[in-house]
Design a protein around this ligand. Structure first.
Ligand code: BG6
Length: 488
């Protein structure tokens, strides 16, 4: 698990520092850290972009665009935060190297500080950025580099990025972000499993029927076609976020709460995933694409700067997969993964469905279910059978025993990026993906991608605002199971 100890003084250099991610996630998260006293007084944030902005321009931009996203209870704190911000213009891969000179001057004399280079830019820039950074002599032993997703589009491209970045930075200096790992419930999953005795004896195929991991979104992909046509739900959500949730649900108890012990166990789960190859994709995977419905446009009609192409017609905005983990604990327990855009609700959750009682003496019971909700309202629910009050016949009813983090703890639940940035600044990589994890995930994803490509089939259409194509329901229905759709 991560630490929240105060970070050392750092120079945090954000490449892509004026982009969407920076404005919507990183800067608000940094402001919260500052407000809560988790940034040392001298820590600076240096945005790099091609924008040609001065420090004053950048501070003005942040004042205009970020101020409304965060609570400003004390204007002096906001001014202090703005005072930490700097901007350096750089043209990575271009002939003009003056930006590196400007960055060197800003960093000079501060070699003892932690240096964090956060690459919030397209992955093709990762290698060139690291090379130019090194040529400018800016990589110190106290440097770290943070890589945003997507880390490649298949195994070879991920390996290339890892090689390029690995040529400049040691693995221990590389922090690969998966923002799902910063979500509070995800960390609570480890505490629930490994700080409570009652679950471990039943956390296996003897007691668990199956697991469902869902990340459903109501949003579509307006303005994102350029990226999404070549990503799709499998690369965008499953390769990283959903597989990370699967590893934390299925991993063996680590011997220690430390960075390598936890990641060692996670990677073993990925390596134990049964490959889905060739025509097996028809049985174990489902692809869908949303179509126009309920006043919402279909994927092909979303606003975009270019018209749809063949790639747009082929890309999946929904996928469901039946995964299997070939090890002693999980043999025979399906892990159903599901994610989609334009679904009727926004919800990310892990549902652990227990088996039925071996012999029931009451009519009408349903098996227990543990729901770990990541969003919208983070919490844990254990659905147990109870007797409905009343005289006469015993009538059973499933009732949830709920823990809502928002209601139980008064402390503000931090955004995922806030937790992750705190850990980067503290040098704690536990909640970041190691090279072997990323590559093991691609090793499982690649055969599915190539089987989809060679099948020539198009994704099944599903109307926007619904729970995905019919195939997704058949995937579970074939074995008499159904998706957890409570409160819909
Ligand atoms: C990102 C994906 O990684 O995660 C987006 O690229 C997706 O397509 C987003 O919308 C979902 O994140 P969250 O935290 O809103 O579930």
């Amino acid at each position: 698990m991560s630490t929240t100890s105060p970070a050392h003084t750092a120079d945090l250099v954000v490449f892509g520092g004026t982009g969407d991610l920076s404005m919507r996630k990183l800067l608000p998260a940094l402001y919260h850290s500052d407000r809560d006293g988790r940034l040392s007084p001298e820590t600076r944030v240096i945005a790099m972009s091609r924008g040609g902005l001065t420090d004053a321009d950048f501070r003005g931009k942040v004042d205009a665009e970020v101020r409304d996203q965060v609570p400003i209870d004390d204007p002096a704190t906001w001014q202090r935060f703005l005072g930490r911000l700097h901007h350096v213009s750089v043209d990575v891969g271009g002939a003009d190297k003056s930006g590196w000179g400007a960055l060197s001057r800003l960093l000079a004399g501060h070699e003892q500080r932690d240096r964090v280079f956060y690459l919030a830019s397209p992955p093709r820039t990762f290698g060139p950025f690291c090379r130019e950074l090194e040529e400018a002599g800016l990589v110190t032993p106290r440097s770290r580099v943070v890589l945003e997703k997507p880390l490649g589009h298949d195994l070879p491209s991920a390996q290339r990025i890892n090689d390029e970045v690995g040529a400049i930075f040691d693995e221990r200096q590389i922090f690969r972000i998966d923002h799902y790992l910063g979500k509070e419930t995800v960390q609570n999953l480890l505490v629930l499993r490994f700080a409570n005795a009652f679950l471990e004896p039943i956390w296996n195929s003897l007691w668990i029927d199956h697991v469902q991991i869902t990340a459903a979104e109501t949003v579509g992909t307006p303005g994102r076609r350029g990226y999404y046509d070549h990503a799709g739900a499998l690369r965008d959500m499953v390769q990283n976020h959903l597989l990370q949730l699967l590893t934390l649900t299925a991993m063996e108890p680590p011997a220690r709460n430390d960075r390598e012990a936890i990641r060692d166990e996670k990677v073993k789960v990925l390596q134990a995933l049964r490959p889905i190859t060739g025509t097996e994709v028809d049985r174990f995977t489902v692809r869908g694409q949303y179509t126009e419905a309920g006043g919402m446009p279909g994927y092909l009609d979303e606003p975009a700067s270019t018209p749809p192409t063949e790639a747009s017609r082929r890309v999946e905005t929904f996928t469901a997969i039946r995964a299997e983990i070939k090890n002693w604990r999980w043999a025979g327990v399906p892990f159903y993964l599901r994610t989609g855009k334009r679904m009727p609700y926004r919800r990310s959750e892990i549902v652990v469905q227990f088996k039925d009682v071996p012999h029931s003496i009451f009519p009408g019971g349903t098996p227990n279910r543990l729901v770990l909700r990541l969003q919208p309202e983070e919490g844990i629910e254990l659905h147990i059978m109870a007797k409905e009050p009343g005289a006469g016949e015993v009538t059973l009813k499933p009732v949830p025993m709920s823990l809502s983090f928002g209601k139980t703890f008064t402390a503000r639940v931090p955004e995922a990026y806030e937790r992750l940035l705190t850990d980067v600044l503290a040098g704690n990589p536990t909640l970041f993906m190691r090279r072997d994890e990323v590559e093991a995930a691609w090793r499982w994803i690649d055969p599915i991608l190539s089987a989809w490509e060679s099948s020539g089939d198009l994704p099944e259409p599903y109307p926007a605002g619904t729970t995905g194509p019919a195939g997704a329901h058949e995937l579970l229905g074939r074995s008499g199971r159904e998706w957890h759709e409570e409160d819909v």
